[in-house]
Design a protein around this ligand. Sequence first.
Ligand SMILES: Cc1cc2nc3c(=O)[nH]c(=O)nc-3n(C[C@H](O)[C@H](O)[C@H](O)COP(=O)(O)OP(=O)(O)OC[C@H]3O[C@@H](n4cnc5c(N)ncnc54)[C@H](O)[C@@H]3O)c2cc1C
Length: 447
Amino acid sequence: MKFDVIVLGGGLAGLSAARDLVAGGADVVVLEARDRVGGRVEQTTLADGRLVQLGGEVIGEFHVAYRALVAELGLTVVPAFPALPGEDTTVLREGRFITDGFGWLSEGDLVEYERAEQAFVNLSREVDPDDPWSHPEASLLDRVSVGDWLRSLDTPPAVLRARNLAMAALGAESIEQTSLLADLRKEAAAGNPGFYDYDRWESHRVAEGSATVALRMADELAHRIRLGTPVTEVAVGASGCSVLSAAGERFESEAVISTLPVAPFRRLKVSGVSGDRLRSLGRQRHALASKVVVAYQDSFWEGNGQNGSAYAETGVMGGTWPQREGIISALVPAERLGPMSATPAAQLEGDLLNEVIGIFGDEASNPEALFIRHWYREPFTEGYITAWRPGDVMAVGPLHGTHDPPFYVAGSDQWVCGYMEGAVRTGRAAARAAMGSNEPVPRAPGR
Ligand SMILES: Cc1cc2nc3c(=O)[nH]c(=O)nc-3n(C[C@H](O)[C@H](O)[C@H](O)COP(=O)(O)OP(=O)(O)OC[C@H]3O[C@@H](n4cnc5c(N)ncnc54)[C@H](O)[C@@H]3O)c2cc1C
């Protein structure tokens, strides 16, 4: 079978690339390993009709590529949890605090927090998110962890503790395992207002469900998507490309766009692509995480002055946020996956529920449903979002997010730090590059 372009992976990146290629008149096939589209966006429905997101959910104001796509698909963006009433909850070893932000810090520590944040903003202004390697001290900034950098400023331990709590709630690697340059790059991409901020990164969501974005594109692409087709080999050549599936089916094309997450990509046998590029892709990694979702009839926590957002130091969940009416989401960050994996399966749901009760009180005892999704051990994801340990930005190098025609690389992992914005941004850009155009993203027919 011969196509103009073969797209590997049917997540947001692969689908948005394929949709633009089709709109541009190309003959495209999307090869997707799973029996569903969406990849790291996935949803299920409760008995009462409420959609539950098991993967990616929220977006920020500056997520312009994703927002443009959502508008083209006729879907609606609405405010997400940061706009809800009530205060944050923090569960520390010494007790539970219901107070916004890091209100449990002493006044002196809050001053130090702001001082450290301002130093971070000043440094991030020097970093070009599209080219962090051009910073004159890129190597130095990459070698140091955020934790070591904070200590070099004499930041008090309570502030480091607050930053680690924030990272755990995000399901991200700890500040000790995060490259300063990577973190500066990420916040520079957000317009560098400071440390990671929910108002900036997580202010909105798609009312019809974030996985609906993928489903809508799949409806448009219809027969061009081949589900249940894991790819095992890719051969790239100037006179054509060849892709082999696990079932032994061979697909031929002029060009290939790979949108596979970095770990499954490493398992492919790839030829005809430069060693430098394969080494660069091979050095990328993910933060590993599981997601927990607990569904209740209503947002009972609001009656207690809580907004549903929490930071948790005890237990395995790093924190929570309210996904929508009555539904709490949580992530288990990498450093707590060990204790969770060691928990007997029959005990896990009960333990997780007890953690939610510890945050929201006894009213949390009777959920309608509880979902656990171990993304870190899904063979076609093996992670969550991109993680950058000290040294990783330089090791991956400036090939990050670039192409080797007729081999194109897209997917959220090829943007600064992952996210649905990264998937759509790089997917559409790869389609434009494969069509040999620097023009703005074309619009799909009839939209
Ligand atoms: C729990 C969780 C919460 C998240 N929360 C948010 C959030 O709130 N906001 C946000 O913006 N982002 C969030 N993200 C990240 C976001 O969901 C992802 O970055 C984005 O959806 C990735 O899209 P993608 O197309 O790049 O990759 P993927 O969605 O991973 O798509 C890649 C596709 O390739 C397929 N594949 C893999 N191997 C093969 C193979 N060998 N052959 C063929 N196909 C293959 C996979 O099955 C998959 O469908 C979250 C992610 C997770 C897991």
